[in-house]
Design a protein around this ligand. Structure first.
Ligand SMILES: NC(=O)c1ccc[n+]([C@@H]2O[C@H](COP(=O)([O-])OP(=O)(O)OC[C@H]3O[C@@H](n4cnc5c(N)ncnc54)[C@H](OP(=O)(O)O)[C@@H]3O)[C@@H](O)[C@H]2O)c1
Length: 290
């Protein structure tokens, strides 16, 4: 298949592109930055930016003959709390996604796989969160949740008659190069604690997420939203096992710690529809699963 992968130079893309190539697909990667230079041989690079106002026309031309578009573009800020930190990501999710979809329709691409996040769900406590769970209405999380909702709505609204679409809601990525690196560093320093009221966290190794993307590409599932997550863990359990794995001091609890939004995400639908299951686990690369 001819796969056009937007934003596939990042953490996910570095896992996904070799997998797609290994499965015999013809891969084109679009991104705006220098990381295009590090793509594996045999991949065509398109240096373009989804926030460029003329991008729809450029993309429409690039998408001629493409079988499936994978949209993994994102711009998560380094400092979540900095003023305007989420602006670029919001624009990418809202306007960028619409531009991709307009180009997909104009070029007659038959399928699109859109990345999304389980992070948008409301706190579910100890309840399992399926794809029918509500997004978080808390205004304090609006800058994260509202663009995700708008992005998914744009995909759903393309219908499904002309374009087979799927949305993969990924749990928090773990593995080398993900936010797990910073958690491990803080555990080693002894500066990371769980909040006593923390309940569940849902994680997925980025390598496992990549296999779900490949399955969605190849199976061409349509009109589906799927959670992609490993088995949820209690936050304290996860941090404790990660610390133990790294020989770091056992993290305690502190009421000063930021309380995690509890996400006990069910990926039963993906396991069935995509015949997918996580194989790497949520401990650092190369180690056995928890
Ligand atoms: N990280 C997580 O925990 C997590 C969890 C679940 C789902 N996801 C989803 O998985 C997808 C991939 O995430 P990731 O962790 O691989 O992100 P990442 O490492 O930050 O990579 C982001 C990608 O988007 C590209 N990009 C940035 N701005 C762009 C623009 N204006 N136009 C086009 N492309 C642009 C980047 O290109 P450059 O090389 O130029 O920077 C890069 O290829 C995203 O949709 C994300 O929401 C992430």
């Amino acid at each position: 298949m001819r796969v056009f992968a937007i934003g596939a130079t990042g953490v996910l893309g570095q896992r996904l592109v070799p997998l797609l190539l290994g499965r015999g697909h013809d891969v084109v990667v679009m991104a705006p930055g220098d990381r295009l230079e590090r793509l594996p041989g045999g991949v065509r690079a398109v240096d373009a930016d989804l926030l460029d106002p003329g991008i729809t026309e450029v993309l429409t031309g690039e998408l001629a003959g493409v079988d499936v578009v994978v949209n993994a573009a994102t711009a998560i800020p380094r400092d979540f709390g900095a003023p305007g930190a989420w602006e670029r990501n919001t624009q990418l999710r809202r306007d960028g996604t619409v531009r991709v979809l307009n180009a997909v329709l104009a070029a007659g691409v038959p399928a699109v796989v859109q990345m999304s996040v389980t992070m948008a769900y409301a706190d579910g406590g100890d309840a399992w969160l399926t794809e029918q769970a509500s997004f978080d209405p808390d205004p304090a999380r609006g800058s994260i949740v509202e663009p995700v909702a708008a992005m998914e709505k744009a995909v759903v609204e393309i219908g499904g008659d002309r374009v087979a679409w799927s949305i993969l809601r990924g749990a928090r990525f773990v593995g080398a190069g993900t936010a797990q690196d910073a958690i491990r560093a803080r555990l080693k320093e002894g500066t990371l604690h769980a909040h006593p009221d923390d309940r569940y966290t849902s994680l997925v190794h980025v390598a496992d997420f990549a296999t779900a993307v490949v399955a969605a590409v190849e199976r061409r599932v349509s009109r589906v939203v799927l959670n992609i997550a490993d088995e949820p863990l209690l936050v304290a359990d996860y941090l404790g096992r990660l610390a133990e794995h790294d020989g770091a001091p056992a993290p305690g609890t502190s009421t000063e710690a930021v309380r995690e939004v509890s996400h006990r995400v069910s990926s039963a639908a993906a396991r069935e529809l995509l015949d997918w299951q996580p194989k790497t686990g949520v401990l650092p690369d190369g180690e056995s699963p928890l």
